[in-house]
Design a protein around this ligand. Structure first.
Ligand code: ADP
Length: 989
């Protein structure tokens, strides 16, 4: 029997048993020898030691007896003798015991002991004889006997000799025992060394045997496993046997076999997949699939049947090695033939018992053979069998083949689906490419057209450039022309007005009407020019929107009040229905006002009878201001043109009604700038309604709005008198409210009184810092109240601002003069800015001035020495006009150029300087710089007279150091207000 057939457990058990046996042998051996040594030791103990001890005791007993005998002979004391005799007796008894031990233990000749005993017995008789001699009184004889040379002494000596002999024998026995023990020890050592060496040798041999029996197969197995891991799949373990290692080797070989099979299977599948990956069409893919299957498995022919949805059939799509009469298609519904089961179960079907009438026969050089096996493999995706692969083998399919088909069938489902999708995409792509090509052709054509267009564009751009040049020239021309036109026109209007007032009493009515015509036509021409200028400013993009919180109710009322005289002149009702609680709108109030003036003005102009109605309401985040009339209306076909420049609905009518045809055009452009719109509805002969639609919040960004607001605020800055208490004496509640709304936000504390009595009471109670007084009141009127105030204990010095719509006569003015009136303002002319300036002056206690506004029909009055105004203007007509306008209000000093102006300013130190910007040689800015260099003129207000007329320009002028700016054509009232404001209250920066 070979070691490899013995189980490793058995081998190890045998080795263990053997080692155990050796250990037992070693133990027995050691036990035996230990016993021998013990016996030697026991002998050693029993004989030499005990015998020598007994001999020693015996000697001492003999010695005691011998000595006692001597002592007995020497003493005569009977008691002492008794003691000695008793001692001798005891020694004899002990000697007997020692003899017994010697008899028992002595290993020498027994006669040795007997000799001593006999001698002892004899000595006993000798001693008895000696005692008898003593008793017989023969002491000396008795003593003689105990001497060394006496019979007793000699006998004792004899016994000593015998004992020495016995002792020598005992000693030699001890030596013998010792020697024997030594020998035993040597023998034991030798035997033990031998046995240990034997055990070592046997154990080593056994270990070697076991080592070889285990290590060799294990190393063989390890090598095989390592080679297998490194890819040598053919390696197998050669370890054979029925023990564990043999079993392990067999298991390893089995595992390697299985893995190798799996790898081969995977390689085959992988190879087929790789071959398929390179195919892009269903036909080539099917062909490659069949080819790969035929070369890599035992299949020898095959066909791919593809499902056709159109006829619910599987149609032969690709085949290799199939006879020509192979069925071309079969129904997907009929499940009885070869593929029936496959279609039914959707699993690979293996048909082995092929009959003669099978549908597949193998085509071989030897003729047609019946295959041994047919496989039908379904190709499934989306749960449907999209194709079936039929393959045949003349030998049958191995398990490996079946494994390959199993794995392939899973992969082929996705693969066929992908390839069909790819084919579809390719078809789309080719269609797209075709379309692309067409598009490219179209693009080329378009490019060509674009090139042509580009050339045309260049031409157009050139034309545009010329056009914008022309437009710029037009704007400049219009600006210049309007400047050139407005300067003389201003003179014409202003002077005709002056003439009319001055000559009213000295010329005939007809001549007076001529002057009126001159003035009216001048104004018409001026309005035309202003409109043209506005339009040119909008077109040049120089119009700026200045948003602010705007009270629409006030604005609408303001415009209605302003145009009321026109309506009344035509006997029209001008109705204004606006609620007071309308929300404020963030918008450009000035432009809004201008639009409303135009709309309401048009309504009045084109209405001969009936009414004009202005209303406002909020709807869908917008403020809608509606101006409707019962006038002539506009024909529908004209509606779309009325907002065009210089377009009038009907030339004839327009001419009849006067007008420039620019009002609506400008209004719409303003509205567009403000993100507002103007809507119109009209029925010819019945009336029209125009609606201005304003967004509640301006879309202009808050930042921009804020910036603009602050810019505006920097132009006019009022001295702040927060906390000053103002009493408004006014019977009209709306007017009270209006004043309160203007003054309260500026920090003034406001109290109101609706009549004179109430006013007197309030003055007493609150002692206001200033009073704003309306002259026309029921019961106690303004004049009377003023008189009572000045006469009374209270209010005698309170400054009063007269605010009235009444035309004051010379007499009334004279009466006011005596009552410490601070300022006198005509209600109709007042603006928020002027009112604030006037109230600021009132509270600050500026010098009293009456009046601030000239009356067109009466000569202007003043209650203080006339202020000197230096006018520096090169245009003599303008100079005459300004002088005429300021006549009676200021003392006008004239300078025709910059140099003269500077010289006169230094010399005259005027209260105000009016300075034309466009002077020859030294322009207005240079003159201003020169004036400002004079210390005493540093604070003198200098007002720019400019014809440039845009807000931008005004800002620039103010920034350059002018105190204020007045536009040409100079409006008399405005000029005087500005001058008076500067002298009495407004700080313009
Ligand atoms: P103008 O009033 O100076 O002629 P507008 O631009 O203001 O110019 O108006 C253009 C035209 O629109 C007017 O000439 C007139 O024919 C028509 N129109 C404007 N408002 C009215 C209205 N309320 N009723 C009838 N027609 C109007």
């Amino acid at each position: 029997m070979h070691m490899r057939d013995i189980r490793i457990g058995a081998q190890l058990s045998a080795a263990f048993a053997l080692v155990l046996f050796f250990v037992v042998v070693l133990g027995v051996l050691a036990w035996y020898h230990t016993d021998v040594v013990w016996r030697s030791l026991d002998g050693l103990y029993r004989h030499p030691f005990v015998v020598r001890e007994a001999i020693g005791d015996l000697r001492s007993d003999i010695l005691i007896i011998h000595r006692n005998m001597k002592d007995l002979l020497l003493t005569e004391d009977p008691a002492r003798q008794d003691v000695l005799l008793r001692g001798i007796g005891l020694a004899e008894i002990d000697a007997e015991q020692q003899f017994d031990i010697l008899f028992d233990r002595y290993l020498g000749h027994r006669s040795d002991i007997d000799s001593v005993r006999i001698a002892f017995e004899l000595w006993k008789g000798i001693r008895q004889q000696t005692v008898r001699l003593l008793h017989a009184g023969r002491r000396d004889e008795a003593v003689q006997r105990t001497m060394a040379d006496g019979v007793g002494g000699a006998h004792a000596e004899h016994m000593y000799r015998l004992l020495r002999t016995i002792q020598g024998t005992a000693q030699s026995k001890a030596d013998y025992f010792r020697q024997r023990s030594n020998e035993q020890k040597r023998a034991l050592t030798q035997r033990l060394v031998g046995v240990v060496l034997l055990i070592l040798f046997l154990s080593g041999f056994l270990g070697l045997l076991l080592f070889r029996a285990i290590r060799q197969p294990v190393s063989e197995l390890t090598t095989a496993a390592a080679r297998f891991t490194n890819g040598d799949y053919d390696v197998r373990s050669s370890v054979k046997g029925r023990n564990e290692l043999g079993c392990l080797s067999a298991a390893f070989n089995g595992l390697a076999e299985k893995i190798q099979r799996e790898i081969r299977l995977r390689d085959t599948v992988q190879h087929i997949k790789h071959a398929l990956v390179e195919e892009h069409t269903l036909h080539t893919a099917s062909k490659t699939l069949l080819r790969s299957i035929l070369t890599r498995t035992s299949a020898k022919s095959g066909a791919v049947y593809l499902y056709q949805e159109a006829n619910d059939n599987y149609t032969l799509f690709e085949s290799i090695g199939m006879p020509s009469d192979t069925p071309v298609s079969f129904s997907a519904l009929q499940r009885e033939d070869v593929f029936g089961l496959t279609m039914e179960t959707k699993e690979i079907t293996r048909i082995s018992n092929i009959t003669d009438d099978a549908m597949f026969l193998l085509k071989t050089p030897e003729g047609r053979l019946r295959p041994k096996e047919i496989l039908s493999i379904p190709i499934i995706f989306d749960g449907r069998t999209h194709a079936i692969i039929a393959i045949t083998s003349p030998t049958g399919f191995s398990d490996q083949d079946l494994g390959v088909f199993d794995q392939l069938s899973l992969f082929l489902g996705t693969y066929f689906s992908n390839i069909q999708t790819a084919e579809r995409i390719e078809a789309y792509a080719s269609t797209l490419e075709k379309q692309n090509q067409e598009l490219e052709a179209q693009t080329r054509e378009l490019c060509r057209q674009a090139e042509e267009l580009g050339e045309q564009n260049v031409e157009l751009a050139l034309q545009k450039q010329e056009l914008s040049k022309a437009s710029a020239m037009k704007s400049t021309f219009l600006s210049n022309m309007s400047h050139e036109l407005r300067t003389p026109l201003n003179s014409v209007i202003a002077l005709s007005g002056v003439l009319q007032r001055r000559l009213r009493d000295s010329i005939s009515e007809q001549e007076c009407s001529y002057i009126e015509i001159i003035e009216r036509n001048g104004k018409h021409l001026l309005s035309l020019i202003n409109n043209i200028l506005d339009l040119s400013r909008i077109e040049a993009g120089r119009e700026v929107i200045e948003n602010s919180d705007t009270n629409i109710a006030h604005l609408v009322r303001d415009v209605s009040d302003m145009l009321l005289p026109q309506a009344e002149a035509k006997n029209l009702r001008l109705e204004c229905s606006v609620q007071q609680d309308l929300p404020t709108v963030v918008t450009d109030a000035a432009k809004c006002r201008q639009i409303l003036i135009n709309l309401v003005g048009n309504a009045i102009k084109f209405t001969d009878a009936g009414s004009v109605r202005v209303s406002a309401c909020v709807r869908e985040e917008t403020m809608r201001i509606l101006v409707s009339d019962t006038g002539i209306g506009i024909a529908p076909q004209q509606l779309e043109y009325i907002f065009d420049e210089f377009r009038q609905a009907d030339e004839g009518v327009a001419r009849k009604h006067d007008g420039t045809g620019l009002g609506l055009a400008i209004s719409r452009r303003y509205a567009t700038l403000m993100h507002a719109s103007i809507e119109v509805e009209s029925v010819l002969g019945q009336g029209s309604s125009f609606t201005l639609v304003l967004p509640l919040r301006s879309e202009v960004s808050a930042d921009r709005y804020g910036t603009q607001s602050s810019t505006v605020n920097t132009v006019f800055e009022y001295a702040s008198h927060s906390g000053a208490h103002i009493l408004i004496v006014e019977d009209n509640e709306a007017a009270q409210l209006q004043l309160r709304e203007i003054l309260e936000p500026q920090g003034y504390r406001i109290s109101t009184a609706g009549n004179g009595a109430e006013a007197l009471r309030q003055v007493r109670e609150i002692m206001p810092d200033g009073i704003i007084l309306d002259l026309m009141m029921p019961e106690i009127d303004g004049f009377e109240l003023l008189r009572l105030l000045r006469e009374g204990a209270y209010g005698g010095t309170i400054p009063v601002l007269i605010l009235t719509a009444k035309q004051v006569t010379r007499e009334e003015l004279a009466s006011l003069k005596g009552n410490n009136i601070h300022q006198f303002i005509q209600k109709g002319d007042i603006s928020k800015r002027e009112l604030l300036a006037a109230v600021a002056g009132l509270v600050r206690g500026s010098e009293s001035v009456i009046p601030a506004v000239p009356d067109d029909r009466t000569e202007p009055q003043h209650l203080s020495p006339l202020p000197t105004v230096l006018v520096i203007e090169d245009n003599s007509d303008s100079m005459v006009t300004i002088e005429a306008l300021l006549h009676g209000v200021c003392e006008v000093k004239q300078a025709g150029d910059g140099f003269t102006g500077i010289e006169m300013a230094v010399r005259l130190k005027p209260e105000i300087i009016l300075l034309d910007i466009s002077l020859p040689e030294l322009d207005g800015f240079q003159v201003l710089d020169a004036i400002r260099k004079q210390t005493h003129l540093r604070d003198t207000p200098v007002v720019a007279i400019t014809a440039l007329g845009t807000i931008d320009d005004q800002h620039q002028i103010i920034r350059r150091g002018f105190t204020a700016c007045v536009e040409k054509p100079v409006d008399g009232a405005n000029l005087i207000r500005t001058i008076m404001g500067l002298i009495h209250g407004i700080h313009q920066s």
